[in-house]
Design a protein. Structure first.
Length: 336
């Protein structure tokens, strides 16, 4: 039916209703589209919730090649879980971009995947502030502690550090059955948090560094970690080998290679930002600290996974411009 005919009929209906003291209710402008969009959003959310109920089985745990049956340890990825905040089904285990309820549920799922046969296990984390502060944990605290490292040998206590590019380091003393978990971003690494943590394990538990083992989890690799003068100066001032942790990387963007004229600047030579970037190797920085603390090279394991290179598998603060979740590295002595 032509629109003019419909409009004429509606006018006649309006006139007839007005004669009786009534009026036809009119839908606000754009209401039909908003209603349609809402139904689409609701349907999408319902599908996501339905899918999330079955994703607990897809949780992946990355483990070092450690065989001690009394030990529970592992690094999470973003696969599985129940979070839909980031446009897919994720195992988000921390951060402020998701609801506390979702994070708590994901943590339960991860702990079940980490150690399904252990009952009574309790996870403790700290409010991370890129420090070198390490806590001795004898029980789950009533209020979150502030720091970036924890050590314990209490059975059933699991220590967890959250990361999305920073380096998670897990340390085990198999002789005294003591463990440590450390969050080492560039600031914590400069402050020697891993080296300090091992020293505290030696002091608190009589650990022998030569018999200890360490695992370095997924983190941003040197391939993707461009840094500025502040970071370069900090490492070179604190470590004799500081200069060895950096290398220059030229921009390998295929678009810039194909269309170089599009990226020319009018600035004088020597003043243009185009050129090599300096990249930091945080994995090597922490490996050197472990060696300096007394661990042997064969007792240091690394996942060798760059978070920024694999955003489909791992959370990366850099690759996702800050809107991302958190993974976790966990270690503990199994409950008896």
């Amino acid at each position: 039916m032509p629109k003019k005919t419909i409009d004429k009929q509606l006018q006649e209906v309006d006139a007839w209703l007005a004669a009786g003291g009534f009026s036809r209710a009119k839908r606000p402008k754009g209401a039909l589209k908003r209603s349609r969009d809402q139904r689409t959003d609701d349907a999408r959310a319902a599908r996501a919730r339905k899918a999330a109920k079955t994703t607990g089985k897809g949780i992946e745990v990355i483990r070092a090649d450690w065989k001690w049956k009394w030990l529970a340890h592992g690094f999470s990825t973003r696969t599985g879980g129940t979070s839909t905040t980031f446009g897919r089904i994720d195992l988000n285990l921390g951060g402020s971009n998701d609801s506390p309820e979702t994070i708590a549920k994901n943590r339960r799922l991860f702990l079940r995947a980490l150690s399904p046969t252990t009952s009574g296990q309790r996870l403790t984390t700290v409010k991370q502030v890129h420090s070198a502060h390490v806590h001795v944990i004898n029980d789950v605290p009533d209020q979150p502690l502030t720091g970036d490292g924890m050590i314990t040998r209490v059975p059933g206590l699991l220590l967890g550090v959250q990361v999305a590019d920073c380096v998670p380091v897990l340390v085990v003393d198999p002789v005294n059955r003591a463990v440590g978990a450390f969050h080492a971003g560039w600031r914590g690494t400069v402050k020697r948090i891993v080296e300090k943590g091992i020293g505290m394990m030696r002091m608190a538990y009589g650990s022998d560094a030569a018999q200890m083992h360490a695992a370095i989890g997924p983190c941003v690799g040197q391939c993707c970690y461009a840094v500025g003068d502040e970071v370069i100066d900090a490492f070179k001032s604190q470590f004799v080998y500081g200069a060895e942790l950096f290398r220059e990387v030229y921009d390998d963007d295929p678009v810039k290679k194909k269309y170089p004229l599009l990226f020319l600047t009018a600035r004088a030579p020597g003043h243009s930002p185009i050129g090599p970037q300096t990249h930091l190797d945080l994995v090597e920085a922490n490996r050197r600290q472990l060696l300096d603390a007394g661990l042997t090279a064969e007792n240091i394991w690394s996942a060798d996974l760059c978070t920024s290179c694999h955003p489909e598998k791992l959370f990366s603060h850099r690759a996702e411009h800050g809107f991302t979740g958190r993974m976790i590295g966990v270690v503990g002595v199994r409950a008896v």
